[in-house]
Write a protein that binds this ligand. Structure first.
Ligand SMILES: Cc1cc2nc3c(=O)[nH]c(=O)nc-3n(C[C@H](O)[C@H](O)[C@H](O)COP(=O)(O)O)c2cc1C
Length: 141
């Protein structure tokens, strides 16, 4: 049984590029082992992440992530049962929104700086879909 979960959070002040690299390396290793796929997006100090996988695995990972001191104010944006994955190709793809064309963000949000807390789950999903369609996802930090 597959599920998809999306959340927003604020990066702790101390999260550097190195720390982000460490999160991604560990995520890719562990996610591959537990069958989790998804994307992690960083924009103006906020994270937006989508996780897909088995219900028990996604639930356990979300609980671990929510307790991680490298971010705070973790808010669940959406949770749904799915019949197929949309992000099967990524053990954890990374998107640095500051590198994107602002027009892409303006399509989905009020300003060219993304505020994940202002997004509905449906719009967050549409944005992620567009990001993979425009090859904006990278496999490095
Ligand atoms: C923004 C963010 C995203 C994360 N994404 C993942 C992830 O996709 N997979 C993962 O295994 N850990 C992820 N982590 C790390 C987990 O919070 C946790 O440190 C890791 O799963 C190891 O847990 P443990 O130390 O309890 O074994 C993420 C952490 C942060 C701050």
């Amino acid at each position: 049984m597959l599920v998809r979960l999306m959340y927003a959070s604020r990066a702790a002040d101390s999260v550097s590029t190195d720390a982000l690299g460490a999160i991604l390396r560990r995520s890719r290793q562990d996610n591959q082992a537990s069958g989790i796929t998804g994307l992690l997006c960083l924009s103006g100090g906020s994270f937006l992440q989508v996780l897909e996988g088995g219900r028990a695995q996604v639930s356990a990972l979300y609980n671990r992530i929510a307790a991680d001191a490298r971010h705070r104010d973790v808010v669940l944006l959406s949770y749904e049962e799915i019949s197929e994955r949309r992000f099967a190709g990524w053990a954890m793809g990374m998107i640095e929104l500051s590198r994107l064309n602002p027009a892409l963000l303006l399509k989905y949000s009020e300003a060219a700086v993304l505020d994940p807390y202002a997004l509905s789950g449906r719009v967050a999903m549409a944005l992620f879909e567009e990001l993979i369609a425009t090859a904006s996802v990278s496999c490095s930090p």
